[in-house]
Every structure is written in C-alpha cells, then in structure tokens.
Design a protein around this ligand. Structure first.
Ligand SMILES: [Zn+2]
Length: 65
C-alpha cells in the first residue's frame, strides 16, 4: 500500500508534503508503522516461515517415502 497519493483532510494537500501539523503527524505515524512492521516482521516472521516450511517438507518427505 502506498501513501503517496494520500490527501490530508485538514489542508487538502498531499500528506507526504507535510504542510500542516496533521500531515506531519500522519506522516510520522505511517513511517513508524512501516518501520515497526518491518522490524517486527523480519526476524520473528522469517523464523516462523522457516519452521512451517521445514514442517511441510518433513511431512511431504514422510508421505512420499
Ligand atoms: Zn495537512
């Protein structure tokens, strides 16, 4: 999802330009959400995916043999 075309309800300008405090607040919030999502996703999510993948492989190997 992209926020490039998101228009501020307060000043009717693109939020990315940060023309008013509302824009700047939303922009900061979006940035924090993106960073938080990536920071929380990378290690934990990769580990979980790896476990699921290994379990699926083990199950497949077990069934085919
Ligand atoms: Zn604004």
């Amino acid at each position: 999802m992209t926020y490039d075309r998101l228009v501020c309800a307060n000043c009717a300008a693109p939020v990315t330009e940060g023309r008013c405090p509302v824009c700047r607040a939303s922009r900061e919030r979006m940035r924090e959400q993106e960073q938080g999502a990536f920071a929380g996703l990378s290690p934990a999510m990769l580990a979980a995916l790896l476990v699921v993948l290994l379990a699926a492989l083990a199950l497949l190997a077990h069934q085919t043999v």
